[in-house]
Each structure stands twice: as C-alpha cells, then as structure tokens.
Design a protein around this ligand. Structure first.
Ligand SMILES: Cc1cc2nc3c(=O)[nH]c(=O)nc-3n(C[C@H](O)[C@H](O)[C@H](O)COP(=O)(O)OP(=O)(O)OC[C@H]3O[C@@H](n4cnc5c(N)ncnc54)[C@H](O)[C@@H]3O)c2cc1C
Length: 424
C-alpha cells in the first residue's frame, strides 16, 4: 500500500484499535495503525503455563464480535476461561446476589481472556490483510487538520496530518484516537475531558486457591472497595483466579509492597482469603502485585472534523464491573458499522454526519455505565446505616425478583442498548 494513501489512520493498536482496524480492513478500507509499543508477541507459549497478569472479562456480545472477525476460535484454542456463575455480596452486611447462566438458558455469562493473547489473536488476523499497514514503535507527537483549497478558492477537502517521533508525517481524511486513557491525540485535538478521581487504586495479581472456583466469578464489596476473584481454567484445573482488588491508594501501595518478600506474599494470601470470606479457602499469591490508579474519564466530545475517539481514549471507568474493553469493542463495532454502511451509499470517509451518528449511539450508553459505576462505588463505600440497610435489602430483594435479575444478567452478557449487528 502506498504509505500516503490511507482512508483512515488509527492511533493506538491496543485491543480496541486493533479490532477497529480489522473491522475496517475486512471491509476493504486502506488502514494504517500506529502504535508506540513494539509488535505484540506471536510467542508460541502465549496461553500456556502461568496465566498472564492482565486479563479481561469479556461479555457474550464482545465474544460474538470476535467470533465474527474469526479471532475467537484461535484465542479459544489457546486458552479462555468461561464463567457460568457470578456471586456478588456485601462483606459489611448480609446482602448477596448470584447469577447463573442457566437462568437465561445460556452456556456462560462471559469469558476471562488474557489481554496479550487476545491482542496476539487480533494481530495474527490483521497480518493477513494486505490493505492494513502497521507502524510499530512509532509515537504520534503532532496532529493537525489541513484544508486543501482548490484554485477556485473554495475549501474542498480536509485531511488529518499526524507527525511521528522520527519527524515523518502521514495524512488521511480520517483519524481515530484509540490511544488509551491518557490519549495524546485527544489532548492534541483539544477535546476536553471530564475527570473524576475515585479515591481508589486497583491491585492486580494471580492466585491459586485451596477450593476450586467452579467457574464462578466472585466479588465482595469490602469497606475499602470491591475485591474480585475472576475464575481461570488452567490445564483443566479450576484452582487459579485473577484478582482485582480496588482499595485506597495507601492500602494499594501496602499490598503491592507485601509481594516483595515470601513472608509478605503469605500475608497477602491471608488477607485475600479473609477479604473473600474464606469462600475459596487458603489463597497463595503466585505473581507480581502491581497497582493502577483508578480515575473515571469521559471525553466531552467523541468526534471532531474527521476525527473519532474510541475505547479508553473516549472513556475510562472503574474496573468493578469489568466493562472497559467491552465498551471499547462496542465503540469500534458501531463506528465501523456506520462508516461501512455510509460508504456503500457513496459517502466520503470524513462525512461529519457519520461521526455524529457514532457519537449519538455510543456516548449516552457509555455515560450511563460511568454513572452506574459511580453510584455503585458510593453505595458500597458508604458507612451510613440507612444506605447499608438499603443495599442489603436491595441485593437480596433483587436476588428474589426473577424479571429484574434476568435484566441484570442480560446487562452482564452485554446484551442491552443499541447493539451493532456483528455483536447480536
Ligand atoms: C485493573 C484493571 C482491570 C480491568 N479489567 C477489565 C475487565 O475485566 N474487562 C474489561 O472489559 N476491561 C477491564 N479493564 C479495562 C481495560 O483494561 C481497558 O478499558 C482497555 O485496555 C482499553 O483498551 P484500549 O485499546 O482502548 O486502550 P489501551 O489498551 O490503553 O491501548 C492504547 C494503545 O495506544 C498506544 N499509544 C498511546 N499513546 C500513543 C502515541 N502517542 N502514539 C502511538 N501510540 C500510542 C499504546 O501503546 C497502546 O497500545 C481493566 C482495567 C484495569 C486497570
């Protein structure tokens, strides 16, 4: 492909950017993907041995999208962990709710997938498309829009020009920011972002448990924040879990430091087991224990002239419901759906109406999820007796109300709102 001729440049080849590249590449678009990171590994050991530290819980809707893109079969042949059940409870009270795939006649509520493995699966498919060009270890350092003015003096086309860290430039009528929560492209385009400090940080690690998880995802709401045990299926065994423990930044630093020594790791295992109310017995920490600050961000606009934001560049939210990747995949699927459909009708790639339609379909839905995460955090972080009583009644009450429960399960499956065709 001539490097100057792309229909779209995607800045950021993470899970969301790569999925968008595949959706558009398959539809015949000339796509360039620019990423500051090295090429994702195609290591034969991916998905074998010890599980990777960073995993994502994918909804059924996300799985269907990856299936439609022929990424899922390869990833699943390596390693995915289905979860059939979910238990959520208030560790400070008596409220509890549990879901089972049987309640909606499904096989699974979702799957836990290692991020590296998923990215490798996407990259593998992208490499088979001659119309997708990859620029790895290339950082975008500049962005501007240039109008081309024809000899009649009337403005005609407008191209995005990006500058890379080696000084070279690329242009295309469309540019997508899939460059993560701190999105340099969003900043360079001057798109304002609303930020909310959650006052929490997420500690992640991998553990082995004495009692098998039975393909059930568990989350306990502790006074300091939610503690999640995500079930991993490793070599046919069900004794590994991926941990996301959201807590205060001070506590997160202490937990991370504990993993530095054997004694500390043993102590961390005890605290994790206690946090989970000993439901899986003794816990052994088997990996590093980094932590990440949790800031909720929402771009005030998702689009500009010939520019769209997707994934964490548009929104980043509390990991308590494991929705970040899922929302990003829905952004990618909706944006591709709108573009591919409009192009078949002869619209130009940079047509603003297409971008506006994308923003309309995604921004409100993502805003609702961000608000829900904020509400959950407030409700479960509260020590007020009235709120504690309400949440205990609420959880247990909903647990007995089948129609409401089914609705919540549909949400967990990602089957709500304005779903793009390829996710139905
Ligand atoms: C502890 C934790 C647990 C989570 N668990 C879940 C879960 O269970 N389920 C779920 O759905 N989500 C989960 N998430 C959220 C999820 O990880 C993110 O939403 C997701 O990774 C965002 O993907 P992305 O592709 O939008 O961005 P990223 O993965 O951040 O990718 C951005 C890419 O842009 C590139 N880039 C950045 N700047 C530049 C530049 N200037 N030039 C070129 N390239 C650039 C980077 O190299 C990177 O490859 C979790 C998050 C955390 C912190």
């Amino acid at each position: 492909m001539d490097p100057s001729e792309s229909d779209v440049i995607i800045v950021g080849g993470g899970i969301v950017g790569s999925t968008l590249a595949l959706l558009l590449g398959e539809a015949g678009w000339r796509v360039a993907v620019v990423d500051a990171a090295p090429t994702p590994g195609s290591d034969a050991r991916l998905g074998q041995g010890k599980p990777a530290l960073r995993v994502s819980a994918l909804t059924a809707a996300s799985q269907r999208l990856l299936m439609a893109l022929d990424v899922w079969p390869w990833v699943a042949s390596r390693r995915v962990s289905a979860y059939r059940g979910m238990q959520v409870w208030d560790a400070e009270g008596s409220g509890e709710i549990d879901f089972d795939a049987d309640e909606v006649g499904g096989d699974a509520l979702g799957h836990i997938v290692e991020n590296d493995l998923l990215l490798a699966g996407l990259t593998r498919r992208l490499r088979s498309l001659p119309n997708v060009e990859w620029l790895h270890e290339a950082r975008v350092t500049g962005y501007e829009r240039r109008q081309s003015v024809a000899c009649d003096g009337i403005r005609h086309d407008s191209d995005a020009v990006i500058t890379l860290d080696d000084g070279s430039q690329r242009r295309a009528p469309l540019i997508v920011g899939a460059d993560g929560a701190h999105s340099p492209l969003r900043t360079m385009a001057g798109i304002p972002v609303s930020e909310r400090e959650t006052g929490q940080a997420a500690v992640v690690t991998t553990v082995r448990t004495a009692v098998g998880h039975g393909a059930v995802a568990r989350q306990a709401f502790l006074a300091s924040g939610p503690l999640a045990f995500l079930p991993l299926a490793i070599d046919g065994r069900d004794d590994h879990c991926s941990i996301v423990w959201s807590t205060t930044p001070v506590e997160a630093r202490r937990l991370t430091a504990l993993a530095d020594t054997d004694e500390g790791r043993a102590q961390l295992g005890i605290e994790l087991a206690r946090g989970l109310g000993e439901r899986l017995g003794d816990v052994e920490v088997i990996d590093a224990t980094p932590h990440f600050p949790i800031t909720q961000r929402h771009a005030q606009r998702y689009v500009d002239d010939g520019l769209a934001l997707v994934g964490d560049a548009a929104h980043s939210l509390h990991p308590l419901a494991g929705q970040g990747v899922n929302l990003g995949l829905m952004d990618a699927a909706v944006l591709a759906e709108e573009w591919v459909r409009a192009r078949r009708r002869g619209a130009a790639p940079g047509d603003r109406r297409i971008l506006v339609r994308y923003e309309r379909r995604r921004r409100n839905e993502n805003a609702a999820m961000l608000a829900a995460m904020q509400g959950f955090q407030r409700l479960f972080g509260s020590r007020q007796p009235a709120l504690r009583l309400a949440r205990n009644w609420g959880l247990s009450g909903v647990n007995r109300l089948m129609p409401v429960k089914r609705l919540l399960i549909r949400q967990a499956l990602g089957e709500y709102g304005d779903l793009p065709e390829r996710c139905r």
